[in-house]
Write a protein that binds this ligand. Structure first.
Ligand code: NAD
Length: 298
């Protein structure tokens, strides 16, 4: 079993760190939120009072932070983790960030002889809690083999997408598709309900038909159709609209850099940014359903 430092205990990082404890690892945790740290301590982790302290004397460091600027702030510069870690430490960043930011951190790690992998995840908070996340890794084959036994404590499917940044590229493609599928699912449900259909019945029909997709299977956006999902608790928790907007921005920037056409992704990005501008940034992303509802419908 490994000694692990885990930094970033939010909606995803909290349950991921808890699963590493359950898998038998010795886990030291740090977050800017003292409550988040206290929660993990109650689940068997030990508290660290800084990212440096969490990462000191560990076999592996895992970060699960909101965005690229947080990842750069934690790892880079004279006070960053990379400047202070021994070369044997395996460093895994599971945050969703730009591929070029992952490559920048990987390059600094490599200059210092440290193995860094981008290991973003898919599967949502439910997957994080259940330990069934998909990990999409970028980095060299040797790093991937070292990372696998740690990631298996938090996930079920562990993919090696390619070299540094490739995990982030695959993750950005996936989330752009997710935004498109979620918006489309909401639109179809609204059309059916406008015609007098029961959203639960329509969901079941589409699930078993050619429109079936992940949103219908495990994350139904219509309030009350599915238990235990954000739509059934006023869209609280889960994967925030602001984070989906960040990911769609990453996809858009990447498409511009690579001269790729993403008309559907661009439309989804516009829908989610409109939704955020209307004050919904802190709600779960399935709340995009509300764009298609009339006042008083939910
Ligand atoms: P979150 O906002 O719930 O959690 C982020 C945590 O990082 C917070 O607890 C915050 O206090 C902490 N933090 C920020 N800066 C820090 C620092 N310098 N040092 C220590 N802690 C710091 O976000 P989340 O939903 O857990 O998402 C984390 C990452 O995972 C994001 O990049 C997101 O895009 C990605 N992701 C989220 C989901 C999801 O369903 N929520 C799914 C897949 C991927």
């Amino acid at each position: 079993m490994a000694k692990i430092g885990f930094i970033g205990l939010g909606n995803m990082g909290g349950p991921m760190a808890a699963n590493l404890v359950k898998a038998g690892h010795e886990v030291a945790v740090f977050d800017l939120s003292a409550d988040a740290v206290a929660q993990l301590v109650s689940e068997g982790a030990s508290a660290a009072d800084s990212a440096q302290a969490a990462a000191a004397d560990k076999d592996c460091v895992v970060t699960m932070l909101p965005a690229g600027q947080h990842v750069e702030a934690v790892y880079l510069g004279d006070n960053g983790l990379l400047a202070n870690l021994p070369t044997e430490t395996l460093v895994l960043d599971s945050s969703t960030i730009a591929p070029e930011t992952a490559r920048k951190v990987a390059a600094e790690a490599s200059e210092r002889g440290i193995t860094f992998m981008d290991t973003p995840v898919s599967g949502g908070v439910g997957g994080a809690k259940a330990g069934t996340l998909t990990f999409i890794c970028g980095g060299d084959a040797a790093g991937f083999e070292r990372a696998k036994p740690i990631l298996e404590g938090m996930g079920k499917n562990i993919f090696h997408a390619g070299d540094h940044g490739a995990g982030q590229v695959a993750k950005i493609c996936n989330n752009m598709l997710l935004a498109i599928l979620m918006s489309g699912t909401c639109e179809a449900l609204s059309l059916g309900v406008k015609n007098g259909l029961d959203p639960a019945v329509l969901s079941e029909i589409m699930k078993q038909s050619s429109g079936g997709n992940w949103a219908l299977n495990v994350y139904n956006p219509w309030p009350g159709v599915m238990d235990g999902v954000p739509a059934s608790r006023d869209y609280e928790g889960g994967f925030l609209v602001n984070l989906m907007n960040k990911d769609l921005g990453l996809a858009f920037d990447n498409a511009v850099q690579n001269q790729a056409a993403i008309p559907m992704g661009s439309l989804a990005r516009n829908l989610f940014s409109l939704h955020a501008v209307k004050g919904n940034g802190q709600l779960d992303f399935s709340s995009i359903q509300r764009l298609f509802l009339e006042d008083g419908q939910d």
